[in-house]
Design a protein around this ligand. Structure first.
Ligand SMILES: N[C@@H](CCC(=O)N[C@@H](CS)C(=O)NCC(=O)O)C(=O)O
Length: 256
């Protein structure tokens, strides 16, 4: 199997952690369509997003949640889905919160840093910090004194561990969230998570400015669904409109 992945993508990282955790052999190809325009990724996935899993017979599976579901069915042990049906549903809701909301908050924050001269920049950074803090409080409540979100370690933990460090990047004080802090320490001791952290920190260390990580060769940034919802909901619609009019937005390709 081969995984199209990208070291700083939380979606690709989540899948890679699951592959490592389950001890599945896989070849890795670093891709980011908006940055490198490599057509093999575009051919493997309608949306040209990472991650995409390519099976040995050439069939492909796109989307981190769908890939993880496939991996869990084909390689059930060690499990990353809870056995209890309600906990399994909770796991999906926490994963969704991370994939949709956490991701959009981080995207909004880094965009505000990249567009530091925009009149909305400072308010956008504050809105993102405020929502990130609320999300960390939500994680504390979801943990509710447990070691992991759904009993045993699960996909909910792997999704969250790819996003929670955003709070550190934003210098958010977590002193009053002891459950989350202990959970982060616990997660770092899992070898698949430790290996992911090392890869991600190495990749971020190589990023010399935010623009290099965000903008493609034509200055366009990849946008989609929740990344669009967040600035509009927070009243930064003018910034979005300026990005659009300046031709700086890139969306996943039209379905074909
Ligand atoms: N729903 C998808 C989202 C994947 C996604 O948005 N991936 C981003 C990287 S974080 C991507 O490939 N963007 C296209 C690009 O930047 O070219 C999933 O869960 O896999």
């Amino acid at each position: 199997m081969k995984l199209f992945t990208f070291a700083t993508s939380p979606y690709a990282r989540k899948v890679r952690i699951v592959l490592d955790f389950k001890g599945i052999d896989c070849e890795y190809a670093e891709r980011c369509y908006s940055l490198d325009r490599k057509e093999d990724l575009r051919a493997a996935s309608d949306r040209a997003e990472v991650p995409v899993l390519v099976l040995d017979d050439g069939r492909t599976i796109a989307d981190s949640t769908i890939i993880c579901e496939y991996l869990e069915q084909v390689y059930p042990e060690p499990a990353v889905y809870p056995r209890d049906p309600y906990e399994r549903a909770r796991m999906r809701m926490i994963e969704d919160l991370c994939d949709r909301t956490f991701d959009a908050v981080g995207f909004g924050y880094f965009l505000a840093i990249l567009r530091a001269d925009a009149p909305e920049a400072s308010a956008m950074q504050s809105a993102a910090r405020e929502e990130c803090r609320a999300l960390m409080e939500r994680l504390e409540r979801e943990l509710d004194g447990r070691d992991f979100f759904c009993g045993e370690v699960s996909l909910a933990d792997f999704a969250a561990v790819c996003h929670a460090p955003l709070a550190h990047a934003m210098k958010i004080d977590l002193t009053d969230l002891p459950g989350v802090r202990a959970w982060m320490d616990r997660m770092r001791k899992i070898p698949a998570v430790a290996a992911d952290r090392e890869r991600a920190s190495k990749a971020w260390a190589g990023v010399h400015n935010i623009a290099a990580e965000f903008e493609g060769p034509d200055g366009k940034i990849h946008w989609r669904d929740s990344r669009l919802e967040w600035p509009v909901r927070n009243g930064f619609v003018d910034l979005v409109a300026r990005e659009f009019r300046a031709g700086k937005m890139m969306f996943p390709p039209r379905a074909s």
